[in-house]
Design a protein around this ligand. Sequence first.
Ligand code: FAD
Length: 393
Amino acid sequence: MATSPTELLATDALFTEEDLEISRTVRRYVERDVAPHIAQWYEDGTIPARELARGLGSLGVLGMHLDGYGCAGTSATAYGLACLELEAADSGLRSLVSVQGSLAMFAIHHWGSEEQKQEWLPGMAAGEKIGCFGLTEPDYGSNPAGMRTRARKDGDDWILTGSKMWITNGSVADVAVVWAQTGEQGDGRGIRGFVVPTDTPGFSAPAIKHKMSLRASVTSELVLDEVRLPGSAALPGAQGLRGPLSCLNEARFGIVFGALGAARDCLETAIAYAGDREIFGRPLGGFQLTQAKFADMTLELDKGLLLAAHLGGLKDRGLLTPAQISAGKLNNVRESIEIARTCRSVLGAAGITLEFPVIRHAANLESVLTYEGTSEVHQLVIGQAVTGFAAYR
Ligand code: FAD
């Protein structure tokens, strides 16, 4: 009788029954509404974002760890477990939810005015309105302080000019949280956030095509051509890079759990495949080399869960630091992509097709390794934490 890889260390014992019930609910939704279609969406390079947003809104996962304004107000750990179940289906689905809840909604919830919260959050929690988050630019990814997008005052109004790149949900969004340099102070301190309805004249969001990763996710450029906004469009609380970085920390936390969902799906698939596949007259899963792979992958998956549960507990107690989030994101994404690649090897040639989820997860995790701070950036954050020296530049 075989044990599931996530049961080996009984990691469920780390979570409350309430949090586990939420994760089971998300898993049921994903298995019913997403899993049967995801390979086709991936192959077609599309995702029914609006329909999914409504479904995810009814489920209560959009901005679920935020309080009020139609949000569920769950623990951060429950949010992490939901991300894990979403990413077990596809990193694109989890990206839709991360960007909506942790980036766009969190920015408005944490830094917005009461009017901005009332106007946008209930509709976003329900999945009626989709949000995106524009920080990265063509020439400024890991170094957002250098951004060229400008916001200038014209009377009471703000006028935004510039462009953003690689923006998840961009072409389907109703609202964009856009970060721009106001020039009020130098060295990134003049950066402010703006709540931009996407039907504002001068705003456009062409989709980026030909991606070989996160194909079931909308990724776009944002073009801001003299976009005129009222003074009330600025997020009043956010000044400088700590505004966008606070949002990124929320999304990175979700990825600490989420990436493990992709790894779990790969490992479960590979173990099942190796049980059926006969090589030299007996099941592949009975060979020592294959078992060594499964043993090492199970350890890394379960260690990742221990780390995620620990960081979730710290976050729920208000103790989680950015360097700890970097440690979780770096480790769990790096190990998950390694697990996906090794599982692909177990499937042999069958591993390169979309009949199995493994190559899809492996390709998706390439994006996850890069966005929300590249692995190298997280190494630098941890390096700074343990040496005291900032080595970014
Ligand atoms: P670069 O910053 O050019 O980095 C190139 C390489 O240099 C990397 O390996 C990097 O680690 C390395 N590097 C950088 N700095 C250093 C250093 N100091 N020392 C050594 N090496 C270094 N952005 C958004 O704002 N909103 C979104 O919704 C969003 N969604 C995305 C969706 C997808 C599918 C992808 C792929 C990206 C998305 N991004 C989004 C952008 C993402 O955050 C950036 O791609 C990321 O920050 C890296 O920036 P870059 O691609 O410009 O790489």
